[in-house]
Design a protein. Structure first.
Length: 165
């Protein structure tokens, strides 16, 4: 994490840096002629549905790699596929979490669904965004495994360019 020694200013700078990344990524997609929705978060039901969702199992609290987080459980437009903030409306909450992290406060674990080696955020989109922007590689999560009739993807496939500080 870069720092000036002023946690509030650093949290604000972190948010602005993340918004710039999101803007550059959106502009690049547009200039390359990609569809407008190519930058959105992948939804769990888009992947699990065709595999035949047959149940789920609670795995409890685990530490997971950020680069295995590839999507969300619901439709979200406030973060892009790399969990960079795509809307200014998230700024207040985002900066509060970034400030708490910079002050050394413990943030609660996120909640994810695991499908093969991939994770989809159910609760904690802001925390994932802050972690990614500040260069974390790991995050604590309550994990629920999705059980399917067909074999799920085995490995993570996060979008290129995500999860770097």
């Amino acid at each position: 994490m870069l720092g000036t020694g002023f946690p509030r200013a650093d949290a604000e700078n972190d948010f602005l840096r993340a918004r710039r990344r999101q803007f550059r990524a959106a502009l690049t997609r547009r200039l390359r002629g990609r569809p407008a929705d190519s930058g959105r978060l992948v939804r769990l039901d888009e992947i699990a549905g065709p595999l035949g969702w047959r149940g789920q199992r609670q795995l409890g609290l685990q530490t997971i790699r950020l680069d295995t987080i590839v999507g969300t459980t619901g439709a979200r437009r406030d973060f892009d596929r790399c969990f960079w903030p795509a809307a200014s409306q998230v700024r207040s909450r985002w900066e509060r979490l970034a400030l708490a992290q910079r002050r050394g406060e413990a943030l609660p674990p996120i909640e994810v669904y695991r499908l093969g080696g991939l994770h989809f955020v159910d609760d904690g989109h802001h925390r994932v965004s802050v972690a990614a922007t500040t260069g974390q590689r790991l995050i604590d999560a309550y994990v629920t495994q999705v059980l399917t009739t067909s074999p799920p993807p085995a490995t993570a496939a996060s979008p290129p360019g995500c999860w770097r500080s």
